[in-house]
Design a protein around this ligand. Structure first.
Ligand code: RVP
Length: 502
């Protein structure tokens, strides 16, 4: 006979936290959000091989996680999982770009030739948003440096027709340059000594290597939580599937990937067990692989026992996801997280191994992150949240007078990522499990993540917790009625400022 859960499942919006005692010591500056990403023998006093400084990862999605977003998120202390629904070569190239990115050193692939026109410079400035363009002999990223042109070198509103870049640029002979291999602080010293805004770095043949900007050095200095490997390169993850992993994994490892995640809408399957076993056997236990998604104890135990390094929770709760509507499978994200967290603790008590869990999808308000952590998640995965930022890979458009960014599901026709949903066999998938959508544009990742983290940290202080494990121990959560939820927003008044708070 079928098994019935008689109680309805719940999602984050149906819960609130009840404050705990806040001591004088419990202030935001004292809170740490450091959290383990991969399993470790906690009982034996081991340290996890990989931890994050903020409990946020970006979704394995075409419209969310490319190399640009990965770099921006690693700067804040989190990890991006670069999407796997692209060729092995393209995905490995994205990973390689993150790993070769030197904080503060920018490789520009939008350069210009000296014989091109100012009109073309203006077009490039508009397209890239960069106000400084390197001029190379062939216009390529690693061409011979001929000069630098910036929007201060001519009047952008009065561009004389057919004017050549070479007549307006600062020519090579007048440029202050750095030699390839220069340290960031030496580059910064040159920038300050010579009162310039940027420093082109060149090799012994005067070919451009990178640019260092004054503002980027400042930004490097203001990222105390950035997540770096032992070689001072940014940490990055990648999504994989259960079909081509024997080819994809070695390519990603060669590119320098730090962590992998089997990306599937439903992970309680023989395919995932096989993939985990094969990858660990062939490439070694040091290759870390998360698995999922599951929504109950059984699913967690299955993946943990089969060697998953972390387990991802969530079916049907993603903002662009219509799996529940299409297939009738899924579970409220809060209930799923609470049950899987209990299973994680049970597994730890039995084996001494702590397998981190990630609550994936359905985060609408910043406080939902705090709720997910309080319910036992070690970190959360977000799609819609990151899709709204400058750094996400999608177009920024104006719709009905508002700036928006595009955001589409991996199960939508647009993504064509059937591997994530296909159960194998010959049938092939013919229906969508996701939609193509717009999300409100929200600016820079750095500003938004800083605000979100600040809210999480303040709430933790309200709960008397200085760390995520302490929050999980101390949190008091209450289910609330719709009336209580309504009472929580401004009510019975006419709000003057109608801007939306998320
Ligand atoms: P959200 O943050 O609510 O936008 O959810 C993102 C999550 O939704 C992803 O991490 C993934 O688990 C899920 N997803 C991605 N595509 C689709 C789909 O097309 N159904 N769902």
């Amino acid at each position: 006979m079928a098994f019935f859960y008689e109680e309805p499942s719940h999602t984050f919006g149906e819960y609130l936290l009840i404050p705990g005692y806040t001591s004088a010591d419990c202030i935001p500056e004292h809170v740490t959000l450091r959290t383990p990403v991969v399993s470790y023998n906690k009982k034996a006093g081991e340290e996890p091989a990989l931890s994050m400084n903020i409990p946020m990862v970006s979704a394995v999605m075409q419209s969310v996680s490319d190399d640009k977003l990965a770099i921006a998120l690693a700067k804040e202390g989190g990890i991006s999982f670069i999407y796997g629904s692209q060729t092995i070569e393209d995905q490995a190239a994205m990973v390689a770009r993150v790993k070769s990115y030197k904080a503060g050193f920018v490789t520009s692939d939008s350069n210009i030739r000296p014989d091109q026109t100012l009109e073309e410079v203006v077009e490039l400035i508009k397209k890239t948003g960069h106000s400084t363009i390197a001029v190379t002999d062939d216009g390529s990223a690693r061409g011979k440096l001929e000069g630098i042109i910036t929007e201060r070198d001519f009047r952008i509103d009065h561009v004389p027709a057919n004017s050549k870049v070479s007549d307006y640029m600062t020519p090579f002979k007048d440029l202050i340059t750095g030699k390839d291999g220069i340290s960031l602080s030496d580059a910064n010293d040159l920038i300050w000594t010579h009162k310039v805004n940027q420093l082109p770095v060149i090799d012994s043949n005067n070919h451009l290597v990178s640019l260092v900007f004054r503002k980027d050095f400042d930004s490097h200095e203001t990222h105390p939580l950035e997540l770096l490997d032992s070689n001072h390169r940014y940490i990055v993850g990648a999504g994989i599937n259960t079909r081509d992993y024997m080819k994809r994994v070695p390519a990603l490892l060669d590119a320098g990937v730090d962590i992998l995640c089997l990306d599937s809408s439903e992970g309680y399957s023989e395919w995932q067990a096989r993939a985990l076993k094969d990858i660990h056997e062939k490439f070694g236990k040091n290759v870390k692989v998360g698995a999922g998604n599951v929504v109950d104890r059984e699913g967690f135990m299955f993946l943990a026992e089969n060697g998953a390094d972390f387990v991802k929770i969530g079916i049907g709760g993603g903002s662009i996801c219509i799996t529940r509507e299409q297939k009738g499978i899924g579970r409220g994200q809060a209930t799923a997280t609470i049950e899987v967290a209990k299973a994680r603790d049970e597994y730890y008590a039995k084996t001494g191994i702590y397998v981190p869990i990630c609550s994936d999808g359905g985060i609408v308000h910043d406080y939902h992150i705090t709720l997910a952590l309080a319910m036992g998640a070690d970190f959360v995965m977000l799609g819609r949240y990151f899709a709204r930022f400058d750094e996400s890979p999608t177009n920024k458009l104006i719709i009905n007078g508002n700036y928006v960014k595009e955001y589409w599901g991996e199960g939508s026709n647009r993504a064509r990522n059937w591997q994530r949903y296909d159960l194998g066999g010959k049938s092939g998938l013919s229906f969508e499990e996701g939609v193509d959508s717009y999300v409100p544009y929200a600016g820079r990742l750095h500003d938004n993540v800083a605000m979100t983290v600040s809210k999480v940290v303040h709430t933790m202080c309200n709960c008397g917790a200085l760390s995520i494990p302490e929050l999980q121990q101390k949190a008091k959560l209450t289910l609330v009625s719709q009336v209580t939820i309504d009472e929580g927003s401004a009510h019975d008044v006419t709000v003057k400022n109608t801007s939306i708070h998320s």
